[in-house]
Design a protein around this ligand. Structure first.
Ligand SMILES: *Cc1c(COP(=O)(O)O)cnc(C)c1O
Length: 370
């Protein structure tokens, strides 16, 4: 990969705990004053800086933080052909005390390294990852939109950077982090479609890691669903289309007979950190919780007879996204409206209260940046 042509000699160095230093080059002029943070389009506005960390000659090189900018890549760059790429998604919030904090970043880092392993990519040193992440968020923390629904969406990713078109694991990789200021993701309750034809993931495949190819394969069925008026697919297992797996880029929960129920992680479902956080909080509050196989049949029957009283998606981008309609073979099965004091919204608020420092963080999930 060609060098960017920057010189870092005169810039500040930040020490990180693994004794790696980050070269820092700040923007000459921030774009923040001319950016409208009142209504940023989700995922289309980016902060001033990005982190770049290359893996070359069998080792991680010196990480850099530099102005957010385009990449220059050879057309033969491996990732562009065979999708050897992984990513993460996490958020930073402004706490009640006014500082910027991350929610469970170590869980994202650990998951990224599991993804890396599955995709034949080098593991990232966890301490250095966290330190680089904190440094970047500290530098661009001023971009965090004010108000209850404002956050910074943080996108770490890694890709195969060799200039070579044979099918084999790359020798060089580029890891990067950039940040997008965001507000609420879904404004309205979701309409989802039980997908009984196409599949997102299959046993032995890559469904349980966050690799780019998983999403490319889902675009076509999602597009068809959207043309029919649904926000997302509700994916089912690839073998029989009998078990519900997850929805779009979210894990899925149902309240069935009063039990908070979510499909168990069986290798084809992405182990969401939001999912895990909700399960932890719900168990702690004494709510009945079940992680098990959830069949299409029981959910369809439960929607008809009222045993399924709520359904929602859970993920970093949307946090908790209530589901209003589940379509089954052309029929829209409706869920009751959730009042503000419903269990679903209460769970969402409990999670939010921890993220924003309004309740004690008894689980040790919050990492302060500033
Ligand atoms: C990222 C993702 C999730 C949610 O994970 P979180 O850690 O909660 O953000 C769920 N399903 C898929 C397919 C995902 O890519």
């Amino acid at each position: 990969m060609p060098a960017e042509g920057f010189t870092f000699g005169t810039n500040r160095m930040a020490m990180i705990s693994t004794a790696t230093e980050i070269d820092i080059q700040r923007v000459k002029q921030s774009r923040l004053p001319e950016t409208d943070l009142a209504n940023p389009k989700f995922g289309r506005v980016f902060t001033d800086h990005m982190l770049v960390w290359d893996f070359a000659d069998g080792t991680w090189q010196r990480p850099r933080i530099m102005p957010f900018q385009d990449l220059e890549l050879s057309p033969a760059t491996l990732v562009l052909h065979y999708a050897q790429t992984i990513f993460e998604g996490m958020k930073a919030y402004r706490s009640q005390q006014g500082d910027v904090s991350l929610f469970r970043p170590q869980a994202n880092i650990a998951r990224m390294n599991r993804s890396a392993k599955r995709m034949c990519m080098p593991a990232l040193p966890e301490d250095a990852f966290l330190h680089g992440l904190k440094e970047l968020v500290r530098m661009d923390g001023g971009w965090l939109p004010s108000g209850e629904d404002g956050s910074l969406y943080i996108r770490p990713f890694m890709f195969a950077s060799d200039e070579y078109i044979g099918v084999k694991p790359s020798e060089g990789y580029r890891f990067m982090i950039f940040i997008s200021p965001v507000r609420a993701y879904y404004q309205e309750p979701l309409r989802v479609k039980l997908e009984l034809e196409y599949s997102r993931a299959f046993p032995g495949g890559t469904g349980e890691v966050k690799c780019g190819g998983n999403y490319a394969g889902g675009l076509y069925p999602s597009k068809m669903g959207q043309d029919e008026g649904y926000h997302q697919q509700l994916w089912t297992d690839a073998m029989e289309h009998k078990y519900i797996e997850e929805s779009g880029t979210m894990n899925v929960f149902f309240i069935i007979d009063g039990v908070l129920t979510t499909p168990s992680l069986d290798g084809t479902i992405l182990p969401g950190i939001t999912r895990d956080s909700i399960l932890t909080i719900a168990k702690d509050k004494g709510m009945p919780v079940a992680e098990r196989k959830v069949t299409v049949d029981e959910v369809v029957a439960g929607l008809r007879n009222g045993k399924v009283s709520a359904a929602f998606g859970a993920g970093t981008a949307a946090t908790i996204a209530p589901i209003k309609v589940i379509a089954y073979k052309g029929e829209d099965l409706e869920l009751p409206d959730l009042g503000a004091d419903s269990e679903v919204h209460r769970l969402g608020r409990m999670l939010d209260d921890i993220r924003k420092g309004r309740t004690p963080d008894k689980y040790g999930w919050v990492v302060h940046v500033s």
